[in-house]
Design a protein around this ligand. Sequence first.
Ligand code: XFA
Length: 425
Amino acid sequence: MDYKQGKYKVRDLKLAAEGRKRIEWAESRMPVMMALREKYSKTKPLKGYKIAGCLHVTKETAVLVETLQAAGAKVSWSGCNPLSTQDDIAAALAKGGTEIYAWHGQNVKEFYWSIDRTLDMKPNLTLDDGADLIFTVHNKYKKLAQNIIGGTEETTTGVHRLRAMAADGKLLYPVVAVNDAETKWDFDNVYGTGQSSIDGILRATSVLLAGKNFVVAGYGHCGRGVAMRAAGMGANVIVTEVKPTAALKATLEGHTVMTMDEAAKVGDIFITATGVKDVVIKKHFEKMKDGAIVCNTGHYDCELNLDDLDKIKKSKRTVRANNEEYTLKNGNRVYVLAQGRLVNLAAAEGHPSEVMDMSFANQFMSQLKLAALDKEGVLLDPEVIDIPVEQDEEIAAIKLRTMGYKIDKLTKEQIAYMDDYSAGT
Ligand code: XFA
């Protein structure tokens, strides 16, 4: 471990060169962040602000961190999940002068020690993924909240808990709900999960998708993304749902809809994306064809009931990375990927940088917004704040511009036409 008090604690500073190359690769895929960096490195709107951040230490996050610094902020960082920290990235950030406490595989005590260290600088802003930093301030360092003008939170779960806190009058400072931005969840879930889940399945199996019966459980944003990509590769997509409107959308997208009981008999590949438990259980495993492949990309690892599968198995062996073969008592083989955990994280590399580009632009712009309101002397109530549509539009516009696309503008006459209620239709 490399440790310098008040500066960093990372696994091995010698990994910095490798990490720096990967950060540069992410920069080349994150044009919105780089455009924002270019713009705000001149005006430095975050000058004088101290930001404590607690977010996955990945190459994409490094681009966010160094963009906050380019805009003038002083930053201290920790990882929000001991297993997502990439030691080469942590080393590259530390070497570049970022205060950071993060290493892969840290235990619970080390995890909270790292968060505590990021608070030593007495931040004015917090940046979270999962709200652990906000909770630490509220539960352990209440006094620090006096200096904090606001925070930002990345996830659905985190935002949900913060709303509950706000409703009980327990939230001490305003927090922007980054997750609810359209340029965040819509693109993360549909395009990020869509591509990375297919990527995970292919890395773990290398099967041909064309001509396969590909069963997607759940047609929310994630399920829709996965179904779209599987169809694009020539699979016959079957969707299972509990919600009539979602199922109807799936049929009009050209997918087949059936119950899991029916799908279990015909599916070649199954992927769950529902957010609830016990989507695939004993009776389904028993009906599956020999060679069926089963995985999950939903939030929880309980969508596949693997205890059920254990009970009806004759034997089990690992056939390749992230791929376990269960031979059932009925003689059929079922292949479970990544032990039912998120296949896009475990067997692939999570969301592509191009998608994180927009999520992190939302984080960055929300931090700017909080600082700008502070400078104007605006005092926000300690509530959960939604991202205004204008921010979404601005981020989408920058993304389009960097991709080289131009779009039309409404004319004055068109706007007047839309607003006109004098003439009927
Ligand atoms: C690891 C992320 C989690 C990595 C890092 C390295 C690798 C793969 C764990 C994460 C999240 Cl829980 O990053 C992934 Cl090899 N991400 C976000 C992400 N996904 N999330 C897919 O990629 C979104 C989400 C998840 C998982 C929402 C709700 C519940 C679970 C952070 C990140 N990813 C980009 C990595 N690109 C290489 O920076």
